[in-house]
Design a protein around this ligand. Structure first.
Ligand code: HEC
Length: 173
């Protein structure tokens, strides 16, 4: 009996992996986080019909939610969860993989777009910025962060792309 009793091991595995001192608030936040990520992935994968502006904005909203989820884990506001971290990174990578297809000529004119005219003046530079974000998220997926600490440098490299691309290719409206 004791440590190696299979029955006890079984019970332990079946019980939710929640330490006793676990803060209820964190649990609530964690389930909201799961819902957020699911919504983010759905947004990211959704297509606004034939509307490229809606499609690319949905994608970016997914990226924003994923980034928020990762930042929350890195700051310890929500418990680190390797599967959720990976899902967030994959959501971002997916968006960056498809993002470039949603900037046809003329789609700089929509009233609700914050895409800067510079995108169409320097399409090559814009595509290179997307490519970099795609590669950095792919590298982060490859690295498969296993702790909140490991997210720090990843947020640095991935997050740097948000800022630099928005500064160059987005207007503040
Ligand atoms: C390669 C360029 C690029 C990168 C990298 C990028 N964005 Fe964006 N983002 C854009 C552009 C362009 C828009 C404006 C889209 C539009 O309004 O048509 C945008 C818009 C957004 C929006 C507003 C969406 C809306 O509903 O209007 C959010 C939120 C956002 N980005 C978050 C992020 C975050 C977070 C990151 C980093 C993880 C990021 N973006 C990285 C180009 C980029």
């Amino acid at each position: 009996m004791g440590r190696n009793c299979p029955a006890i091991e079984q019970t332990r595995l079946a019980a939710p992996a929640v330490p006793r001192e676990y803060d209820m608030k964190k649990l609530v936040i964690a389930s909201i986080l799961t819902a957020t990520l699911t919504a983010g992935a759905a947004l990211a994968a959704s297509h606004g019909g034939d509307d490229p502006i809606a499609t690319r904005k949905n994608g970016m909203q997914g990226v924003g939610l994923a980034m928020g989820a990762l930042a929350g884990m890195a700051k310890g506001e929500v418990p680190f969860n390797d599967k959720q971290a990976l899902a967030a990174l994959k959501t971002m990578n997916y968006v960056f993989t498809t993002f470039g297809a949603h900037f046809p000529e003329g789609s700089d004119m929509g009233a609700n777009t914050t895409a800067a005219p510079k995108i169409w003046e320097d399409m090559e530079g814009f595509m290179a910025a997307i490519d970099k974000a795609k590669m950095d998220t792919a590298a982060a997926i490859e690295a498969a962060p296993a702790s909140a600490e490991a997210l720090g440098p990843i947020l640095g490299s991935v997050g740097g792309n948000c800022k630099s691309c928005h500064e160059a290719f987005r207007v503040s409206n």
